[in-house]
Design a protein around this ligand. Structure first.
Ligand SMILES: [Zn+2]
Ligand SMILES: [Zn+2]
Length: 240
């Protein structure tokens, strides 16, 4: 309990520091100009956007016109896209956001995603945005759900409605150390749609921070369809 309290306190303090300290690049610590946010121009120029040669269904990079990811998993979501490649400086930003209590990278990533969204007409008729939920214990430790911060900001930037229909009902192991098949069984039954159905007849964009195997997006998409969603499309800030 004390441990949870200390983590929560740290998250609150870090959120304060995030606002008060004169702006510096979060990755190389160079001072930032008034118009710059989170990253200096040098670090920002290293960002690589996912632009071409990807699978229409899952958004994975194609090798010789064939999608290895779709071959391994039959995805339930309509389609999935990612904004940027999970490489430096995004790996550093993501670490700050998830493990060091810095919230500002969420807004930074949402802005990049809003730019990418303009290039994906597939998303035009999806009026709702939701996020991959965190279990309440982990959310309390971290002080926030990083995917929710990204999704809310993205909804605001692109004029869509943010809704929160999904709960993480089971505390799962971190997916990062698991293989693809282990990831799937780790997630089985981990999510459920809240009572008082908010998704019946709706088309939703499901937002997460990183697309690795797609198993999280897939599991939640299945639950949303069971609850009556018409279409679910994944959209992640980065792709591993
Ligand atoms: Zn920098
Ligand atoms: Zn694919």
């Amino acid at each position: 309990m004390a441990n949870v309290f200390l983590k929560r306190l740290k998250a609150i303090l870090m959120a304060g520091i995030d606002i008060l300290i004169p702006p510096a690049c979060l990755v190389c610590h160079t001072r930032l100009g008034a118009a710059q946010k989170s990253l200096c121009p040098q670090c920002e120029s290293q960002i690589s956007f996912v632009k071409e040669n990807f699978c229409y269904k899952c958004g994975s990079e194609l090798t010789e016109g064939y999608c290895e990811t779709c071959h391994q998993t039959e995805f339930k979501f309509e389609l999935s896209r990612s904004s940027m490649h999970y490489q430096t400086p995004l790996t550093e930003l993501m670490h700050l956001l998830k493990y060091s209590g810095y919230r500002s990278p969420a807004a930074f990533m949402a802005e990049k995603m809003a730019e990418s969204l303009k290039e994906y007409p597939e998303f035009e008729d999806y009026p709702y945005i939701t996020a991959v939920p965190l279990h309440r214990v982990r959310r309390r430790e971290r002080g926030y759900n990083q995917s929710e911060l990204i999704a809310k900001k993205l909804a605001k930037l692109c004029g869509k409605t943010y809704i929160r229909p999904v709960l993480r009902s089971r505390y799962t192991l971190s997916q990062t150390t698991l293989h693809r098949t282990e990831r799937l069984s780790n997630l089985a039954g981990a999510f459920r749609v809240r009572r008082g159905n908010q998704v019946q007849g709706k088309k939703l964009i499901l937002v997460d921070d990183v697309f690795t195997t797609g198993s999280t997006l897939n599991e939640i998409s299945g639950e949303l369809y069971k609850a009556g969603a018409v279409s679910v499309a994944g959209f992640t800030a980065t792709r591993a």
